[in-house]
Ligand binder design. Structure first.
Ligand code: ADP
Length: 644
């Protein structure tokens, strides 16, 4: 039987009583805690501040719980509406208490998603709305002639509270990697103790236990987590967090720097190589052609170093992406062959590309990166082979007969200087060159194989090296690929012969008399280069040296294509493009606009295409690519283009 001082006996009125002894115990415990936290245990960490708020909130809950226990028991003494208000205040104080508790938990899991935080707030708001609505509807509880009566859907409040608890359980479990296991377990205890006490209260009805459960969980949390050692740990973790943020900022600065560096260096190279292309095309003096060839080799070498550094920074910042699409293996092999054959023959080497003629022709994968991998290994083979040959062989091993998946094998064998057994482990490290003194005269940065390995890894493939020092090396790359076109690829060498005939006619300069294009670039040299590369096409070429001038010209003339530089002072290419396209009465609003840019960082192509540009050409501009784009877009417009 309950002692009168701790029980509110209401047998005579509602045949029930409330045992408030646990509420009183909770208040005493919490007052001691609150004083302790303000004095000896005081710190100003966010966690500690939240705990102080939580302790105060629970005191309010316990006090209002006792008050409402009295007002329910002696309901006949006070008006019903006052009783309703007092009980609603108790409900609000409970919601505030839960809100602070949830905030305390979220404070320990900073990587909890924004969505989790929003879900938590929405649930709390719903609970508050439900309690407020009860004032007018009596859904949860109401008073009639001093008697407390449950509403028809009072359980909704319990369901919402349970939803909050289970959502928080999810947050803790999903982000438990943020904290050592013991801490997550203490936080789970903090979450579940009040829930357990609530359930017990529901079973034993008249014993008010919830505030005690909350006080108890606050005590555990404070002494388990908010102790000096833990605070030191938290401080260290906060410092680490700040350091990580700073490192991220530094990394972003590096990427920005590389983007602008790349732009700054690519712009003059565009001028150099473009002008050089014209010298090579127009000069008949063998001495000058030889000089120009050397400029081309050196320029391309410089370009490949910039590309390697850019790739490395992309990989390090996690910005390198694999963009799979359908591709034709012959076209990759052919490009690699064309890019390396000159150098091989200059070095007196035989460069042979071969394949299993029965292998499928088309695959799904990242064409650009596979080409880069083959190119890196083949160009190394040529660089590090004094005499003999470099041989590339490809085949496809199906996972099982007739399957669409399998492994694309690329084998590159050279008869070069070979690699010492003990050096093979260092081969794929960044900026590592083997036998520096011996290879000093061979240009290189020590990045190629590092990048190759990273790319192969990103495609879930493998790269393996077998080498005999002084005799040669064999690099074997295996990349899982999906077959898209099962057509037989045919023999590479045979197809190459046919292709040479086709391509020589295809690259034969096309003509488009009567067509008009606009070139927009703030660097005059770039305009000259583009004009030079398009010479012979009989296209009428206008130019503008700024965005504003471009807009003026597009108001006066109708163009078939606009080639637009991106970075220009005052109005950049994107802004100028939008102005042209958004001019409702503009004669060039449907003209295809091709962005020309020295910004070759990852994802830039997608960025430009999303802006609405029709094509993307990176600088330095290759004549073949430029003509291809021009031909495609002019042909697309439905007018006649002529071939020689
Ligand atoms: P580099 O720009 O120096 O060629 P890589 O990363 O491509 O950089 O290669 C790293 C090193 O591995 C080279 O400096 C060279 O010593 C060695 N190496 C790469 N390929 C070969 C090869 N085919 N034969 C012999 N040595 C090679």
């Amino acid at each position: 039987m309950c002692r009168p001082s701790l029980c509110i006996c209401i047998d005579d009125f509602q045949s029930m009583y409330y045992n408030i002894s646990f509420d009183i115990a909770a208040i005493l415990l919490l007052v001691v805690l609150a004083v302790g936290m303000r004095t000896v245990l005081y710190t100003d960490t966010p966690g500690h501040k939240l705990m102080r708020s939580y302790v105060l909130a629970v005191i309010v809950v316990a006090v209002t719980d006792i008050v409402t226990a009295y007002t329910i028991c002696y309901g006949y003494l006070i008006p019903d509406f006052l009783n309703l208000i007092l009980n609603t205040i108790y409900q609000y104080s409970s919601i505030v208490c839960v809100a602070v508790a949830m905030k305390t938990i979220l404070n320990y899991y900073p990587s909890a998603s924004k969505r989790s935080v929003i879900i938590n707030r929405v649930l709390l708001c719903l609970l508050a709305v439900f309690v407020t609505a009860n004032l007018f509807t009596g859904w949860m509880f109401r008073f009639e002639n001093g008697k407390y009566i449950h509403g028809s859907i009072y359980y909704i409040a319990y369901l919402l509270s349970l939803a909050i608890v289970f959502h928080m359980l999810y947050v803790v479990l999903a982000n438990r990697a943020d904290r050592p296991g013991v801490i997550s377990r203490i936080i789970l205890l903090f979450l579940f103790l009040p829930t357990v006490f609530t359930v017990i209260q529901m079973i034993f009805g008249n014993v008010l236990l919830i505030a005690f459960g909350e006080a108890f969980s606050a005590l555990i949390m404070l002494f388990a987590l908010e102790t000096p050692d833990y605070r030191k740990l938290m401080k260290a973790m906060n410092e680490l967090e700040i350091a990580r943020e700073e490192a991220n900022i530094a990394n972003r600065t590096k990427s920005d720097f590389l983007a602008s560096m790349s732009h700054e260096i690519r712009t003059p190279i565009n001028g150099i190589l473009g002008m050089n292309t014209m010298i090579l095309r127009d000069s008949s003096d063998p001495q000058i052609v030889e000089y120009a060839e050397n400029i081309k080799i050196a320029g391309n070498g410089l370009l490949s170093i910039i590309n390697d550094i850019l790739d490395l920074s992309k990989i390090e910042s996690g910005g390198m992406e694999i963009n799979p699409a359908n591709y034709d293996l012959f076209s990759i092999m052919n490009t690699c062959y064309q890019m390396n054959r000159m150098r091989a023959s200059e070095n007196g080497l035989t460069l042979t590309f071969s394949n299993d003629p029965d292998m499928p022709a088309g695959y799904y994968g990242d064409e650009v990166r596979i080409r880069q991998i083959i190119n890196n290994i083949v160009s190394n083979g040529i660089k590090y082979t004094k005499e003999g040959s470099v041989t590339v062989r490809t085949n496809f091993i199906e996972d099982e007969a007739g399957a669409d998946t399998g492994t694309l094998m690329i084998l590159v064998e050279d008869t070069g200087i070979g690699i010492k057994e003990e050096d093979i482990g260092n081969l794929f490290k960044s900026f590592t060159r083997l036998e520096e003194s011996r290879n000093r005269h061979i240009e290189g940065t020590g990045l190629g194989l590092h990048i190759t390995k990273q790319l192969v890894d990103m495609m879930n493939g493998t790269i393996e090296v077998k080498s005999e020092y002084g005799k040669g090396s064999v690099f074997t790359v295996r990349i899982p690929q999906r077959v898209i076109d099962r057509k037989r690829m045919g023999d590479f060498a045979e197809r190459l012969k046919d292709h040479v005939n086709v391509s020589s006619s295809e690259t034969g300069r096309f003509k488009a008399p009567g067509r008009r294009i606009l070139i927009v670039d703030d660097v005059k040299m770039n305009v000259l280069v583009l004009k030079g590369l398009l010479r012979g096409t009989e296209i009428t070429i206008d130019s503008a040296l700024s965005g504003a001038e471009a807009i003026k010209k597009t108001e006066e003339n109708k163009y078939d294509i606009i080639f637009m530089d991106h970075l220009m002072p005052e109005m950049d290419g994107i802004e100028a493009f939008h102005k042209i396209r958004d001019d409702a009465n503009g004669i060039n609003r449907d003209t295809p606009v091709v962005v020309l840019t020295a910004n070759a960082l990852v994802g830039m192509r997608d960025t430009y295409m999303n802006e609405g540009f029709r094509e993307y050409i990176s600088k330095p501009v290759e004549q073949e690519e430029l003509l291809k784009v021009a031909e495609e877009l002019l042909g697309e417009n439905g007018q006649r283009t002529e071939r020689e």
